[in-house]
Design a protein around this ligand. Sequence first.
Ligand SMILES: [Cu+2]
Length: 227
Amino acid sequence: MIATTIKSRRALLSWLTLLFVGHALPLHAGNFEVLVTVTNTNIAEHAVVTHAVVTLAPLFEHDGASVTTQTAQMKQREAMFQPFVLSVAVNTPVSFPNFDQFRHQVYSYSKPKRFELRLYGKEESKHVVFDTAGVVVLGCNIHDNMLTYIYITHAPYYAVTDENGMTRLANVKNGTYQMTIWHPDQKDRRQSHTQRIVIHTESANLKVTMAMRSIRRVQSPPEPDDY
Ligand SMILES: [Cu+2]
């Protein structure tokens, strides 16, 4: 159900050499590109998966030097959350600026972070620190259409795929990683796609296919009356 193809000949050579090189790798860092597509042809053949979270968790002693706890933003604009999926490191403060002229009341009942925010405007942007790994689903008490996901991870490398199903993890240290790919519409909600990968070149790319339940419209715009 889950298959992996190595996109370029160069990548294939990389994979072959890694079998012989093993862990004796120089401490270089490189860029790692992932393309996520859909397996189930009943949905759409070769469709790409947008808003998939790709994480790389090292299976070796990692000093975490490349891990920077950045701040992140979850905007509200025209009664929609932006982005639809956000990935952050554990303990990242996320701000919730409201760019609308009306109020939002953002909430989560998800285990890793339960909270409620009353937001009246961007001047009133508030922070929430996401201190537990997991997935948090957010909604708005006023606008039922509003929906977003925050994926909180311990992995030092994480990113979300763009509209072309692509994402790029920069400055990945050479080594062996557990790669995890999560999407809110993955076929098995509890079972994310995982695979072990080895990175030891300056650039590598990988195509991953995953089974999806659907490729729905990500977040419905509000009904005119909801404004
Ligand atoms: Cu709202």
